[in-house]
Design a binder for this molecule. Structure first.
Ligand SMILES: [Fe+2]
Length: 281
């Protein structure tokens, strides 16, 4: 292995695991990649501190795990690398958007309203606020395993329905104004309990932003069940609040976790991050 022997250190009680002894700004070899893959299969939120990656470095790292995707909205894309986008509250004119705090603060997993589910996503913190402004993650494997037996049996054979920002979190007010906009996105279906393709573990695969219900279930009852399962999954015992430091590179498993912005940063402070979402090859 070209790097120093890396180590893992838990950050939160539920999940969140720091990787020590790895520099991602230089290419990593197959042994180091294999080490990360093994760690990631068990620890779905990995944090590499004190990294200094440009967009090209981040993309090179991300490509080793699959196919990074261009952001659906062109205005968020990095000018040179479409697969890397900016998550920032700083506008093109340099002014800070105080509403930036409110973005993505409803629990969700990314792109579950699409046919192809992403594998993982990465955020690299460039500028962070002086306090808070974290991202919170929930372990949907642990949530599944902790469900009461009756609930596990109830959802085991169900197929979930997903549509962009149409779930019980009512997450859409910042993003879309009309029901017609949501209807423009077709409904997609995914099992309510996914088997993780790497770890083989069952995952509670609902999220209150995009899950609308279940095939064959009354819509109101389906939405209520999505809300009930989501509320169960975001108890403190399953979640981790990541306090960002500049230089953090965090990668999370998009199947095994939900996440949300905490939305609690001082609103006039700059926050700039690079993001990429990686689909399976
Ligand atoms: Fe997200």
């Amino acid at each position: 292995m070209s790097q120093l022997r890396p180590q893992l250190r838990p950050l939160g009680a539920a999940l969140g695991t720091e990787v020590l002894g790895m520099d991602l700004a230089t290419p990593i070899d197959a042994a180091a990649l294999g080490w990360i893959e093994t760690a990631f299969a068990e620890h779905p939120v990995l944090v590499f501190r004190d990294q200094r990656l440009g967009a090209a470095d981040m993309l090179r790292f991300a490509r080793q795990f699959g196919a990074p995707q261009p952001h659906i909205l062109e205005r968020y894309r990095h000018p040179d690398f479409a697969e890397v986008s900016y998550i920032s509250n700083v506008g093109a004119d340099g002014r800070i958007d105080p509403a930036g705090n409110d973005r993505a603060t409803s629990w969700h997993a990314d792109e579950t309203y699409n046919e192809t589910l992403p594998r993982l996503a990465m955020l690299h913190a460039i500028e962070v606020p002086s306090a808070r402004g974290g991202t919170i993650f929930a372990d949907m494997r642990a949530a599944h395993d902790a469900l009461p037996e009756a609930s596990r049996q109830r959802i085991a054979g169900l197929t979930g329905t997903h549509r962009w920002l149409a779930g019980p979190a009512r997450a859409w007010t910042l993003y879309r104004k009309t029901e017609a906009e949501a209807k423009a996105h077709p409904e997609r279906r995914h099992p309510a309990v996914l088997t993780h393709p790497v770890s083989g573990r069952p995952i509670l695969f609902v999220n209150p932003s995009h899950s609308t219900g279940f095939v064959g279930m009354d819509p109101e009852a389906g939405e209520a069940l999505v809300a009930e399962l989501s509320d169960f999954a975001v108890q403190d015992r399953f979640t981790y609040y990541h306090q960002w430091r500049a230089g953090d590179l965090l990668m999370w498993d998009e199947l095994a976790t939900m996440h949300r912005g905490a939305g609690d940063a001082p609103p006039q402070e700059r926050r700039v991050m690079l993001r990429t979402i990686v689909h399976p090859n």
